[in-house]
Design a protein. Structure first.
Lengths: 230, 230
DNA sequence: GCAATAGTGTCTTTGAGACAGTATTGA
DNA sequence: TCAATACTGTCTCAAAGACACTATTGC
């Protein structure tokens, strides 16, 4: 029965987001091969049936191979499929969203793929395939989830203060949040903990308590994004 | 580059839910072909590159061809993918959730496929592939969305009373809901409207106002499920 | 002391649930 | 008139936001 139907292209794409100067940016790379060789696009690639254990695994591999980045948060976004999105024919892209702290990018080893470029999601260049819609859906998902979850902590570095975390929420949501209710919410979500005796010094004002992710929410590898407060 | 990789099976599966005697039921059919020929499973099939315009379109076609049902609500759920879920090899299933009123099933023409069987989601038989997880995720999605949206209206017939709609919500959510806040919420969602002068007669009590979906929320065909109060 | 930001106590406002009342039917 | 359910007005309670106050630093 499978022979009745022409081969369908099966790929994964990754929308990797980070916060630069208070604005969400997405990682783009110049494509190494046709179609659209040399054009800026989302990192993506074919599923490797020999090595990938599932779609998230494939997305994590593609991200690692092309950019050297291992994201602490990786979640399936949706399938984008149809006859027109890829000039080669009917294709399926299993799109994923990943989050990383800008700070963590400084430790990334030399990438195997093209030099990554960060573009603000509010001013994207023209993108091939349906990558513009994919990015839009990813941003929408992150904004929606940030309203009730602790997702934005994955945009912070290892150590952060609550005022910093609040600024991250405000940047993602695009609106100010109430300080008191923000702290109440973060407290009851229970995903971060104060680092005993550690404070952010430097300013001409009272130093802020440093926090970190609780152990149960730290991931060296990719996670599904479900049921983890994300 | 595509030749580097073995063919990946690309299918769609549909979790069609309805409410029977106050309990969520899922439509299953005996499979017509191997693998698992003759075993009860979700209706599913290959993507047809020649005719399907996207994944939801493929799901609607599969559902229509195999069961004769055209659902007023169809939404992409997630991709289930991996080497172990199908004995034929690495496979991708683009799973969808669909909702239909039990009442609407009576008007369904003779199905081209096997006789559909409705099984309660709380007591599923053993299912092939990863269909059990797919059903579980579908039910979880419907429950979650029902908490804040008008999704359950698609489990009602064309005309319904608010007490009937409330009972549907309670069946889906598995818990009683407050009558006053329920009516406030339905009112502000703005997806239903009273049918002027029409009441549900019959009981030895005050008749209830009949309601229907507002025109903007009625769909003869499948919809994406996003941004429509669903 | 003063400016600046961190952190907290508490009042107000808003929305959800509880409860009890009125409305309308068939018997 | 009574039982039964539809519908509605209003009180109570809990969560969220507003505001103001204290805390701690560098200058």
């Amino acid at each position: 029965m499978s022979a009745d139907h022409p081969t369908i292209l099966c790929t994964v794409d990754v929308v990797l987001l980070t916060l630069i100067d208070g604005a969400l940016h997405v990682l783009l790379q110049k494509r190494a091969a046709d179609p659209f060789s040399g054009v800026l696009a989302l990192p993506g690639g074919y599923v490797h049936a020999q090595e990938d254990r599932d779609a998230a695994d494939a997305a994590a591999r593609v991200l690692r191979e092309k950019t050297g980045i291992v994201s602490p948060y990786l979640e399936q976004l949706a399938c984008f499929a149809g006859p027109g999105r890829d000039p080669r024919g009917w294709s399926v892209s299993i799109a994923h969203v990943a989050l990383v702290a800008e700070e963590a990018l400084r430790a990334v080893p030399a990438a195997a793929g093209a030099e990554p470029q960060w573009k603000p999601v509010a001013r994207l260049p023209v993108l091939p395939f349906d990558h513009r819609q994919i990015v839009a859906r990813a941003v929408e998902r992150v904004r929606t989830k940030s309203q009730y979850s602790s997702l934005p902590v994955y945009l912070c570095g290892e150590r952060f203060t609550l005022p910093q975390l609040q600024a991250v929420y405000e940047a993602v949501l695009g609106e100010p949040v109430n300080k008191v209710s923000f702290r109440r919410k973060i407290d009851e979500l229970g995903v971060v903990e104060p680092i005993e005796g550690e404070f952010e010094a430097g300013g001409a004002h009272r130093p802020a308590q440093l926090y970190r992710l609780r152990r149960a929410f730290r991931h060296a590898l990719s996670v599904s994004g479900r049921g983890l407060g994300g």
